[in-house]
Design a protein around this ligand. Sequence first.
Ligand code: KIV
Length: 271
Amino acid sequence: MSVNKDIKRVTTHVLQAMKEQGVKITMLTAYDYSMARILDEAGIDVLLVGDSASNVMAGHETTLPITLDQMIYHASSVVRAVKRSLVVVDLPFGSYQGNSRTALDSAIRIMKESGAHAVKLEGGQEVEESIRRILSAGVPVMGHLGLTPQSIYKFGTYTVRAKEEAEAQKLMEDAQLLQELGCFAIVLEKIPAKLAQEVAKKLYIPIIGIGAGGAADGQVLVTHDMLGITKDFQPRFLRRYLSLFDTIKEAAEQYARDVRSSDFPNEKEQY
Ligand code: KIV
């Protein structure tokens, strides 16, 4: 399969071909119809309905509170907007750990009720049974290793992961396990660039990095961060392409001035 921007529909097979042909994969988060339409039209390969919606859309401090129903609501809105991108949905905290039957039920609900194309979940060997069971039902699974925000209370901080040899070794083993189980790709979050490079080299499935350096097979960012809608989150790995917080605030201030001064609406803006 040859891959280029004219590809009509991104599938997991297209992502695999991209890795094999050295074509970088682009991925951004989306939680609603309007943003998903823009990102799909921009040619972003994968739209992730991330559980970061818990922070970005709902204002929670962590990703833990978001529910399966809420993820399905966000995912359905994104799916309705998309023509080309692959839509991957995070299984939220509590919907897949510990019980593989629950994991399968959660994945099936996402696929059936939202029309998404794949699910993502955090962890390696600890969630092996859940991954096996979801895959056995024919649902594509994306893994997520390194900084796994659903385990924030276990780790205590959002600092770089796998800097020590033992943790790096475990991450490599988990990545290999996810590949053997049949995951179609893995997100590596906030780990040393050298380790991500080693994983991307060793594995044949695509590795998508966030704060994991330039050697990964693709990159993902939280859209609200790269557009500068969120303001206070400034990690080193984040490149801001716009400062929309200030732009939108200025527009809202201008609107308020126009209303208060009776400048808006003018004669052309009424019936
Ligand atoms: O939920 C999310 O946005 C994510 C990305 C940071 C990869 O998992």
